[in-house]
Design a protein around this ligand. Sequence first.
Ligand code: SF4
Ligand SMILES: [Zn+2]
Length: 327
Amino acid sequence: MKKLTGKSFYPFMNKHEEYQISDNWIISKRGRKNSVNSEKPYAFLVEKERTFSGEIEDTSVIFLTNKECPYHCLMCDLWKNTTDKPVPVGAIPTQIEWALKQMPQVKHLKLYNSGSFFDEGAIPVEDYPRIADLVKNFETVIVESHEKLIENKCLEFRDMLKPELEVAIGLETANPEILQKLNKKTTLFNFEESIQFLTKHRIRSRAFMLFPLPFLSESKNLYWAKKTIDYAFSVGVGTCVVIPTRTGNGAMNVLLKNGDFRLPDISFLEKIHEYGIGLNAGNIFVDVWDLDKLPGCQKCKDQRISRLNFMNLNQQIGERIECECNF
Ligand code: SF4
Ligand SMILES: [Zn+2]
């Protein structure tokens, strides 16, 4: 067996493929990037979301095109719609301006950039004033960032904004060992520090968490999903978002093939959702994007996805689905 060379470097041997999780291995498993245009976001949409104060309101989401995130997390496929080099100063505001013209005026806006908004290589600081001006008619602006990039730049941007700022961070899991294996190059301590920083400066936070995690059995996955929600709310996170883990980035496909990862089961997502809602500690959402493509019982899949949608919007436990797959 090869030697371990660092915190994010783990050996796994099995009958299919021997691999060691590292930046190089993860990158080596990738396919090609999609063709993107630095003057246009790669996607935009309007979705309904329950707000902090309990209303169900439209939220615009703009998926900005910018330079690839410098981290290389095991499960990440966001690199697919990124550039290799930084986009020029002015490109990000141009993308936002263009997208806003295509969408209805709503109260809330998510600016997701396949990485960290506070990564200067992705969003130039020089663009902050123009971005702040473009979004001045919204009530809330939500951006995403790696926890290690949450610092004073965040306050500079907040001070330019008229809308309230919320920052989403990928916690992924409260299981410290699995967190290291995800190659995120962070710790729970870093996460807590960033949430404390945001809370101290009265900036709302949301945490993305992965389900299921690789390398864990179904029962352990359920246990750690609940623990992760408990942990997030206990350190001051305002909103939890469960992201069903997907394949498609190359590395996760190898894990799936090797039996180190299983695709999410919708009924487990329902259980986690029920648990989170039952805590009554803050909003908890389950991302339903592409859930219809998962394997599993075809008879009740649509009903289960509708139930998750209902629970997302109402933060109430929906009527349980009766199906032969339950028995
Ligand atoms: S920090 Fe986020 S965007 Fe960057 S590689 Fe990890 S999951 Fe992907
Ligand atoms: Zn079924």
